[in-house]
Design a protein around this ligand. Structure first.
Ligand code: SF4
Length: 150
């Protein structure tokens, strides 16, 4: 499965906060993909700077694989495609991983764990609380056995 790095971090953060994945009005596949990743850390993924497995079924996914959505929390609202591409490029750079790398979820999260705390400064969405993002990531990594409880 292809996945954008930030979509995985979104999943781990939500998991850490104990929030249930439910079908989204957009019709995308987050609620299907998230439990698959969390229940099998040996799941192999291809990290991409592109539409991914989460985008499947989304009403904003164009036939050419681009996203036509915008970021509603900002005014004016930028293109989500452009936002996502910059967001994930920064994550690839921070993690020293190249796009199209094939890796297990465990390997990816171990690399993320090396950058926690700190990575929340890059992976917090606009209008999202940075400390809450960090808390969700740390809790998710601990729950998955990637990070030791201190
Ligand atoms: S990135 Fe765009 S196409 Fe993909 S799930 Fe989000 S809104 Fe839908």
């Amino acid at each position: 499965m292809q996945l954008r790095p930030h979509h995985i971090l979104d999943i781990i953060s939500v998991y850490g906060k104990g929030i249930e994945y439910k079908p989204h009005p957009y019709g995308h596949s987050l609620h299907i993909v998230a439990p698959r990743l969390i229940s099998n850390l040996n799941f192999k993924i291809k990290l991409v700077l592109d539409a991914d497995g989460i985008c499947e079924g989304c009403e904003h996914l164009l036939p050419d694989g681009k996203c036509k959505d915008v970021l509603p929390q900002l005014t004016p609202s930028p293109s989500k495609q452009a936002y996502n591409d910059v967001f994930d490029s920064r994550l690839f750079d921070e993690l020293s991983i190249m796009p199209n790398t094939v890796i297990t979820i465990h390997q990816f999260l171990a690399a993320v764990n090396e950058k926690v705390p700190g990575i929340e400064k890059i992976c917090t969405h606009p209008k999202e609380n940075q400390q809450e993002r960090l808390h969700g990531l740390v809790s998710g990594l601990i729950k998955l056995g990637i990070r030791e409880q201190t």
